[in-house]
Write a protein that binds this ligand. Sequence first.
Ligand SMILES: [Zn+2]
Length: 589
Amino acid sequence: MNTRWRPLKTTTVTGLQGERLGLWRNHRLWFIAESGYLIDGFECRPGVHPWQGEHLGKWLHAATLAYQMTGDERLEESMRSFVERLLATQDPDGYLGTYAADCTFMAMPENSSVDAVHDDMDASKRKKLHGGWDTWTHRYNLYGLLTYERAFPDERIVDACRRMADLLIEVYGEEKYDLTEYGTRKGISATTLIESIVMLHERTQDQKYLDFAEHIVNLMEGNPALKLMSIMLQGGAVVHPGEGKGYQLMANLLGFITLHRCTGRTDYLDAAINGWREIKEKHILVTGGSWSRKTDYNANCECFAHVEDFDPQKVSVEGCCDTTWIQLCLHLFEITGESKYIDEAEVTLYNSLYGHQHADGVKWCYYTAPNQAKLPYSDKIQCCHSSMPRAMEMVAANLVGQFDGHLTIATLSPCSAELTERFGGGRLVVKSGFPKNASAEIHFETECSQSFVCEFRLPAGTVLNTLSVNGETIQPTRNDRGFYEFKRLWQNGDVLKVDAEFELHSHVQSGENGKHWVAFSCGPNALAQKITTAPTDEPFAELSAEEVLRKLRPSADGSFLVQGTDILLMPFLRTCTEESGPRTYWRCK
Ligand SMILES: [Zn+2]
């Protein structure tokens, strides 16, 4: 079954998005490539960390997307070298991990005891590399290699992926061991394999891989502590399946989307959409970060908690969750073309995810919190640090495209994209100050005139004032996917001018002990006060959210002064440094 969104090749990305991509491409990308850590664990087994093997696949994914935009020859050579070195470490039986022989998933296919499994967060007890994360490494090997192979077709790579998957099937296929008995959180880490296995099916068209992916879903349904598919179909909470482990739960929803893509089965899509909606309504902050918290009914601070347990001082946002949430949004957009998915991906990218990234280009935060006095950036090689560039590259690769024959402009951020012949050839150039403001000029630098429907979306919390082409006002219609569309004969030199503005909104969040907090956004930008110490006052505790909102006075630089106070609310991202942090949520009545 074909998906309907087809991105057009992004050729340049500038503005804030370009700056942030540059930080990763010029700094972190090489920092990790030159560290040795990507390949050492494979070449000298055992590696030094239980999920060390994930980093190469994640890096290959992000680096391939970067290469596809930049054509950087040094990067091409570096990727090629890593792929060759990785393939050279594959065992004759297909094994391609970082574990010692007595700890591989073949040697320990199911958890023998809880002690034998490394917790998601605590890999410090490194007496010995215990089991639990070996299939995880294979999930990322498959993902990274298959992404790379799309750009650089090579049957040897496909063969290596087949042999990895065949070994997994040998151990976890029909009538074999139960994959959900492997690793942490009731198996939800191990079952993230689904997406990668379906990617292999899509590449090879081999039915056995699709069968294996569906077998994994059946195993999940047979495990009362998982049952993610049926719980999502029944509109249930994301707090319990797999102990509500945020990153992995969303990665399993990605698996359901790929299964829908291949089988056309609507229940897979419905499960993913219901999961998305549940997370959006109950677990996403105004910054777009998905919050989690340790409670007495879940395992650790990376697990979703009920709304009643929200407290801005006690929740955290894992960087991997930002990435997986953005992936979920992008893949649902790919299928449905609904603008709300890109709205959400954009909010997360421009607030929470960029907030995790340090301005030196190397350091990242594993966790952030909506209210914290300073951010804990580090240059360590950790899961989140390797996940977040993937989301940045995926968004950048999906800015302009086509949907149902329309030219679909999914961003107002400054960029350019190649136009296909259908749209007149040449290129499309978006000029704007986004995300500082909402207005944009879209220039058609085409080779020939073509008649087609052009559609664009406005960012979250944004209203359209006027729309014009070459100075002539146009009345667009808003289609049922949330895009503004109109048809005309497009010619070289045409300029589509979008005059729009951000709206100020308040967001009320209830939580622990029946308390309420308010947060604010201006367009897609969350607002926060820049603080350097944890505040002890609650200046708005006696006011309603609406009353606080009415006190906000705009200043020229995009900030808002709260009338009668010296509190300045600015775009969230500006508060995120090593010396300062955001105060995003405020107690209210
Ligand atoms: Zn992480």
